[in-house]
Structure formats: C-alpha cells, structure tokens
Design a protein around this ligand. Sequence first.
Ligand SMILES: Cc1cc2nc3c(=O)[nH]c(=O)nc-3n(C[C@H](O)[C@H](O)[C@H](O)COP(=O)(O)O)c2cc1C
Ligand code: SF4
Length: 709
Amino acid sequence: MPPSAYRTLLSPGRIGALELRNRLVVTAMGANFAEEGGLSGDRLVAYHEAQARGGVGLIISGACGVMFPVGQVQPWQIGISDDVHLEGLARVADAVHRHGARFAVQLHQGGLNAGDDTRAGRPQWCPSIPERTKGDFTSGFLMHELEAFASAGTPTYKVLTKEDIQEVVRAFAAGARRARQAGCDGVEIHGGHGYLPSSFLSPKTNKRTDEYGGSVENRSRFLVEIVRAVREAVGPHFAVWVKLDSREEGRPDGIRLEHAKVTARLVEEAGADAITVTAYHEVSQGKLHSASNIPHEPNWNLPAAAAIKQVVSIPIIASGRVEPGHADAEIRAGRFDFLAMGRKLLADPELPNKLAAGRESEIRPCIYCYTCVSAIYTLEPTRCAVNPELGIESTRPDAPRPRARKRVAVVGGGPGGMEAARRLAQDGHEVVLFERADRLGGTLRFASLAYPANERLLDWLRARVEASDVDVRLATEASPDTLRTFAPDDVVVATGARRSLPDIPGGSLPHVFSGDDLYKLMLGERSGELAEKTSLFTRVATRAGAATGLTANLDFVRRATHAWMPLGRSVAIVGGELVGLELAEFLAERGREVTVVDDVPRLGSGLTLVRRLRLLAELREHGLELVAGAKDIRIEPEGIAFTDRAGSVREVFADHVIVAKGTTGDSSQADALRASGFRVHEIGDGLEIGYIEGAIRGAMEAVDAINAA
Ligand SMILES: Cc1cc2nc3c(=O)[nH]c(=O)nc-3n(C[C@H](O)[C@H](O)[C@H](O)COP(=O)(O)O)c2cc1C
Ligand code: SF4
C-alpha cells in the first residue's frame, strides 16, 4: 500500500494536552526487563529508545507498580512507588524524547493477579474473597512448567477496608506525580485485565455490600476515585487516561459491554483524557490466554472500542492484532482514534518509519507464535521469535561490525539460512546461498501450511533475500567440491534437522507416512519413498500440481486440500509435539477423524505455552482424541494399538498412520564440511531443535561470529 493508505494513522493526534506526532502507540507490555527493586536500567532505556527511533508517536511503559513490590505480577516488573524509581524512568523518558516520541507510564496494582505477591508470601489485595474457579489452565503445561507453577504456592487474600482503598488511591496519585516529575508525558491507569481496579469493576470478583460494590456505579467508584486523585495530583495539563475492559471473556457473570460503557462515562467525568479499550479473559481457561487482551483473531476488540467511542467524547485507543491499513480506515471512519500496537512492534520497532517511507514490504512480520507472551507466563524476560535483538538492544552497539568483506557460503535455504544470508549481505559480505530443493523455505514451508501466520515470515525472508545481493543457487547440493569452487572464508550450515522414522513396530507398513512425507505430498515435492507408498493417481495429481506451480502457492494448497488429500477418513498420528499437533489440526479441519498418541507425559512440546494452550483446546473442540503417556505403541495393518495410562490395551482404527516423531539435530553435513577444512558455523535445527526462534537467533549469532573473526 502507498504511504497515503496510512495518512490518517500517521497524522498528528492529541490526548488531552499531549500532542503526538502520529496515532501509533506502543501498547503497554510488561517485558520483565527491570533491574532489582523495579528500577528501569540500560536494558529498558535501550528497548524503549529503539521503539521511539522506529517512529511511533507514544510509548506506554509496561505495567508499573504503584505499590511495588506489593501488587507485582512479574519478577522483573518496573515500579513507581518510591523516589528511587525516578532516575531510571527519567532516563527512559529522555531517551524517548530524543527521537521525537512521547512516553507514558502505565500505573498498576496487580490485585488478584499479582502472582509475585503469592510467590513472596504476601496476600493479594482484593475487594472480596474470590470464588475458586475450575478450569483447564494447567492441563496444557509441560512437566517443568507445571512444577514451576506449583512452586508458586497458594494465594492468600487481603480484603480491602475503606482505609486500604484510600491508601491505594493515594499510591496511584503518588505514582502519577512521580511520572510527571520524571519528565514523562502522561499516565495510563490500568483499570483492566483482572488487576486491582478491575477486580472492583467485575461483578464476578466484587461481592462487596458497601458503596464500592453492587451497582456498576458503585463498582466503578474505586477507579473513579483513582482518576480524580491522579488528576488532582498532576493538574489539568498532564495526560491521564484509563485502560478499561470492555468485557470479561469466559466469565458469564463478569464485566459486560453495558457496564464498561457506564464506567467509561464515569471516568471521563472524573477527568480522564482518553480510554484504552481492552478485554479480559478468565485466567483459569487456557485457550483464552490468546483471546481478548492479546487476541488471536484479528480486530477482536474493535467493535467494543467503537461502541465505547459512541458514549464518550474523549479519544479511544484501540488495540489487538490490527493491521495498519485497517486501523487507518477505522480511524477515518471515526470508530477509534489511536492504535496501540504490541506484538507487531516487538517484531519490528521500525514499523512506523517503514510505513511512512512506503517500505511496508520491509516490515518484519509478527507470526503470532506467542513466544513473547509465553515468556511472561513463565516469568522470563520477553523474547521475540523473529526479532532476536529484542531485549538486548543495549548490548547491540557493541556487536561485532564487519572488519573486512568476506566470502560466505550459506548452506540451506530454510528460515535460518535465509536470515543468515540476508544479514550477511546487509553487512556487505559476498554471499552464496545453496539450497538442495528447487525453492527457498525449507521446513518453514511446511510450518506455513499448517499455521498460515508463518507464511508472512517465509514471504518476508524470501523477499529480503531476493532484494539483496545474495547469489541464490537452487537445486544445488553444497558438496565440499561445489563449495571449493566458491572458496568461502566461512560457511554457515543451516540444513535443518534429521527426520527419521523412529523404530516403531509396524513403521514400514505401506499406510504409514512421516509428517514430512505428508507435507511433501501436499507441496508437490519429490521423494523416492513416497513413490512407493502412494497410488498412481496421487503421484499424477501431485506432479501436476508441482508442474503447474499450484503447489508453490500455499493458499491454494490449503484450499485444495479441503477437497482432496491422499488420506483416508481416519488418521492416527504418532507424535504429539509441534509437528504432530499442527498436522492434527490441519487434518481435522479437512474432515479427518484424528487420534494423536504419544508416549510423552504431556503433549505439545515445541509449542510456546500460550499457543499450546490454545491449540490443545481447539483440538479438543474438533473432537480429536489426544493420548499422552501411551506405552507399547505399535502400528498394525488396520490402525494402531497401544497401552493407555490406565493399563488398558487400546486399538484405534486408522486408514493411515502418520509418524511425526523422530526429529533430531543433524550435524553430519557440518561435520563433513569441517573435515574438508572449511570454517563452519552451524545454526538452526541441525544443531538442536529450536524451531523458528532458534533458527533466527542462531543466524544473528553466526553473523556476529563471522564479523568478529
Ligand atoms: C509481552 C506482552 C506483555 C504485555 N503486558 C501488558 C501489560 O503490562 N499491561 C497491559 O495493559 N497489557 C499488556 N499486554 C497486552 C497489550 O497491551 C495489548 O493489549 C495486546 O498485546 C494486544 O495488542 P497486539 O495485538 O498489537 O499485540 C501485553 C502484551 C504482550 C504481548
Ligand atoms: S514472539 Fe511471536 S507473537 Fe510475539 S511479537 Fe514475536 S513473532 Fe509476534
């Protein structure tokens, strides 16, 4: 799209007295980047500075504790409860201002979601003792995640007296005063996501019988008092706004849009300059962790934003998987005023500059893999699968710069190889990329078929390689002799994992495919083994697809496989890791009855926690049988047999069996090239199974090593 398609989004806007150069906002994201004591240090300064340099109008900090450490949700959360926090926040604000952006602090008290209170043995602050909720949240955890979760302990509660309520109100006001003192440009009061103010707003968690409970006006009283106190503390010219849940998903008796509209009007009257519209999910339900506040479905929260906009006269900040072009149209249509973006800006903080310069195709895409969010759930600093620089911005100025132009051979055109090639070319090296297949992509093509969000990365990497000076040699085996003709200084080996069928009884039966076999069939790739296993019709259809180029078009393959696939009605998949589960969903969506069986105690390794929770829930909704902890798995002519956890021998009929196990690191090519005297840097799944994140990170590290040598 031409830059004019983003003219409105990139036009100046105003929140209260705060003038912004455009309407793109970095939404609040607690990144777990703080230092001991909730201090903002070099890491946070550089992280936010990169966002400001990237061209956004406004940056909102991650949740910042007004009573730090009380009410803390993350171990490395920032605080604003004491003057000791001022210096670091002032450094962030200065760094952001240097690049023409503005910086606001999100004021926060975690209440019933303050996991750190529980971990530290403190009670969680709340309006009333919450009911115990039953859910499936931990059912998708792997064993080590379950152990970490269980070690947090059981929450205890502090039901707030009216004096406590006033203490919290004062803490929010003091936090806002400090934000202004530190040179920040505004504050966002976190009134959503189940945290303390929203636990008062929610009829599910607020069972008080005093003036802070009951009607929506009473439930809003606490938040309204906070807004008034904050406004009084900072005066009329400092921007103050509120983040509000438009609804609570998974809580039929929780906040609804009608409630949110009333609260929105009340906070406007109390002095708020804007409202950020979000939504909450019931924490006990796993799938919802990729819904509502960090939505999986595009534009999920926009109807609520538009509805709230109709009842207030202050600007609305909307968010939630919104494409810039769509946001521009919605803002023009008057449905909201600012777009707060999260994940897309983690993936590429330069997004606003690229939009403005008409370089949209250069924006590194978010693939909605939930690595960033899952890291928060597992109490780690956040990371991005496609942007390995995220969180280490402060150290990157010291990253090795190329000392001389080198000749570098990259072996393997999957995600790691393409990323390495693109980075090397960008650093001025002479690069040849060897790919055995007749097109770039490697296993990322498979991964894109089942999870279309990955295809954006595939397209982006391919386009970046094509736009660079990389010499791409397709259908070329990178033997030592071939490489010698190029005489490289360094060789990057990114040849991926070895996928061999594990030794399962019956594994050589004709109705058994590997996961890779199946993808190859659908994508029209050659395989001698498949020729033996498939019918003449299948082979002709697959070859026709490849010859016409149709199977190169993943969207075509996705649609075509709804009508035809070389598989019977019932399919058993042996292997419940990433590949097996994504394949299971792909097949279930195409009308197959699927059973997934594995001997591991928990399914879904290789998937990030939040994506796993969603996928497992979706598979159950599709009616799939998922069996973990199976023993003595064997394949029979009519299907599979195994012993389940209860010790019963089960037989499951299946027309076809797919074995999606047996992926291991494979250093054989790297070893062979080393033995031939090349200086080899090994990356990606060849080294260890790290999926897209590992491949992209490995590419950065290999290029650093080549530059340093
Ligand atoms: C890593 C991460 C951390 C987040 N932390 C916060 C937070 O501290 N406060 C908050 O209000 N929302 C938080 N969110 C939710 C975002 O503010 C935002 O609502 C959500 O990511 C939707 O926008 P997006 O689709 O553009 O990512 C977080 C989101 C992510 C991805
Ligand atoms: S980690 Fe995944 S979901 Fe998060 S920003 Fe990066 S690509 Fe997007």
